[in-house]
Write a protein that binds this ligand. Structure first.
Ligand code: GDP
Ligand code: MG
Length: 294
């Protein structure tokens, strides 16, 4: 373990688990090979899904934050983030990775940010080499989707490129080369109910809380902030009593055990799946510079 990791473990963080240390070590080992780090965060909870120590590690590297799943997030919240980032000159893009234009948006921004690296070559009339990037992020934010789609857009002839001794490490795409192992980071679970939010968006296993408790939190949050969406989806009035709500839900859905008893566990999971997959509507769990929303 490096001194840096040790100091992270000592000073910063008691939530810092071993696999996080490993991911950061891998990133550190490879960071010099790339021009830019692409960190994917979930637009529905961009703070909870970003990595708090990544910034320290990548210090002088070019860096782009990619807000994925913007199609699932609340447009009002997304616009607040956009405004904030613009005001503070922080490079970021907001994309639905299932849409084709996402890749153009990302590549354009990457080229813009890394332009300086290649300015000398361009001035000399040389063809600049391909940009090299590293994709990092917590589970389920879209790393594989991004990498798979970019690599499918590969141009037919990718020539031998000098400087790649270990060619197999790289996924060569049309306008960008990606390191083939995405850095899977571990989020900070203890602050600001991050763990609960990340369970709700599907980035960590729900076992952080029993599904009934998690569904209870989801319903109360939705009732507070997205009452109409909640009502539209299930058509059950929420009067503040979750047990009553989930029992009604189980009855309507026919979630029953063979003996006729209500299977409210199944109902809770149905709600959590709907939430995770965006079926209740465009919902954000965090707002920019607004506390107490979740
Ligand atoms: N709606 C939506 N779904 C996405 C988006 N990006 C990824 N997904 C889905 O999210 C899930 C996790 O994506 P994946 O690429 O496996 O995430 P990884 O764990 O970071 O590699 C998959 O079902 C993707 O289809 C997006 O921008 N919008
Ligand atoms: Mg993956």
């Amino acid at each position: 373990m490096s001194n840096e990791e040790k100091s992270y473990q000592k000073t910063n963080i008691n939530w810092f688990p071993g696999h996080m240390a490993k991911a950061l070590r891998q990133i550190k080992e490879k960071i010099d090979l790339v021009d830019i780090v692409l960190e994917l965060v979930d637009s529905r909870a961009p703070l909870a899904s970003s990595n708090p120590v990544l910034q320290d590690l990548i210090k002088n590297k070019y860096y782009l934050r990619i807000f994925t799943k913007v199609d699932l997030a609340d447009n009002n919240c997304t616009n607040e983030y956009k405004k904030y980032l613009k005001k503070h000159n922080i490079p970021a893009v907001f994309v639905d990775l299932n849409k084709n234009d996402a890749y153009k948006i990302i590549l354009n921004q990457v080229q813009l940010i890394t332009k300086q690296i290649f300015e000398k070559d361009i001035k000399k009339g040389l063809k600049p080499r391909t940009i090299r990037a590293m994709v990092v992020g917590i589970p389920n934010v879209g790393k594989s989707t991004l990498i798979n789609t970019l690599s499918k857009r590969k141009s037919a002839a990718v020539g031998n490129r000098p400087g790649f001794t270990k060619a197999q490490q790289w996924i060569r795409c049309k306008d960008i080369d990606l390191l083939d192992t995405p850095g899977v980071l571990w989020p900070n679970l203890t602050e600001n109910q991050n763990g609960v939010k990340l369970a709700l968006i599907g980035s960590i296993k729900e076992e952080i809380l029993p599904s009934l408790e998690l569904a209870n939190i989801a319903i109360e949050f939705l009732n507070r902030n997205y009452k109409d969406l909640l009502m539209n989806r299930y058509n059950i009035a929420y009067n503040g009593d979750f047990n009553e709500y989930i029992e009604t839900f189980a009855t309507i859905r026919g979630h029953l055990y063979p003996d006729g008893k209500k299977n409210i566990e199944r109902s809770a999971n149905a709600i959590l799946n709907d939430f995770k997959n965006g079926l209740i509507g465009k919902i954000s769990l965090e707002r920019c510079e607004v506390d107490g929303w979740f």
